[in-house]
Design a protein around this ligand. Structure first.
Ligand SMILES: C[S@@+](CC[C@H](N)C(=O)[O-])C[C@H]1O[C@@H](n2cnc3c(N)ncnc32)[C@H](O)[C@@H]1O
Length: 205
């Protein structure tokens, strides 16, 4: 998807996201926040969306969020204000392909259900590795394409609808595995029905 198609799509999603896609993808946000909370420090959430994860980070964690969609980001800001989330240091309109942060600025970088949306996933992985400190963690939750079975057929059928859906239903897992600075240390299937996958990487170089 191109950036303008993403912006159009998430302008439509913003008012209903929390009670639709947001509702069935809670497990990845919960798991990422638990791991961040256990370690503490500063986290960058890439593609923060409506900010569904913001309240899951503990008060001792400093949270920065970025997103390409002004409408999604406005929802996140409204949530932070409404819920008094003082550990949210900033929410910025920014493209994940070109993060406006210095190298090694964060202890953790999280990206939930965004990798199959962004136009250049390998470039986004490189940017996330760059801003994560050495020894820090990059945490990803996403749906990845299956190669066999009924779901694989459905994913292939839905693939041409990416601009309308707001994500690529047939997104290849290999797209997030080729960044040399990030070593995969955990892979876990998540609900619903194991359709989502949680990946934990450590920045090794
Ligand atoms: C499916 S939503 C996920 C939102 C949130 N992470 C969650 O788990 O609820 C995908 C989000 O990625 C954002 N996004 C897509 N491409 C982006 C990019 N290049 N840079 C920053 N955000 C982007 C969209 O605007 C949208 O808010």
């Amino acid at each position: 998807m191109q950036a303008d198609a993403i912006a159009r799509s998430y302008r439509r999603w913003a008012p209903v996201y929390d009670v639709t896609f947001g509702r069935i993808t809670e497990a990845g946000r919960r798991r990422a926040a638990q791991q961040v909370n256990a370690a503490g420090g500063a986290v960058l959430e890439v593609g923060v969306g409506t900010g569904l994860a913001l309240g899951r980070y503990a008060p001792h964690v400093t949270v920065t969020g970025i997103d390409l969609s002004p409408e999604m980001l406005a929802q996140a800001q409204a949530r932070a204000d409404r819920d008094g989330l003082r550990h949210v240091a900033g929410l910025h309109l920014m493209d994940a392909r070109s993060l406006g942060f210095a190298d090694e600025s964060f202890d953790h970088v999280t990206a939930m259900h965004i990798m199959s949306v962004v136009p250049e996933p390998r470039r986004v992985m490189a940017e996330m590795a760059r801003v994560c400190r050495r020894g820090g963690s990059v945490l990803i939750a996403n749906h990845f394409a299956r190669t066999t079975g009924g779901w694989a057929a459905i994913e292939r059928l839905a693939a041409p609808l990416a601009d309308a859906l707001g994500w690529h239903s047939d997104f290849d897992r290999a797209e997030v595995l080729s960044e040399p600075r990030l070593a995969l240390v955990e892979e876990t299937a998540l609900p619903p029905f194991g359709l989502m996958t949680y990946l934990r990487f450590r920045r090794v170089d």
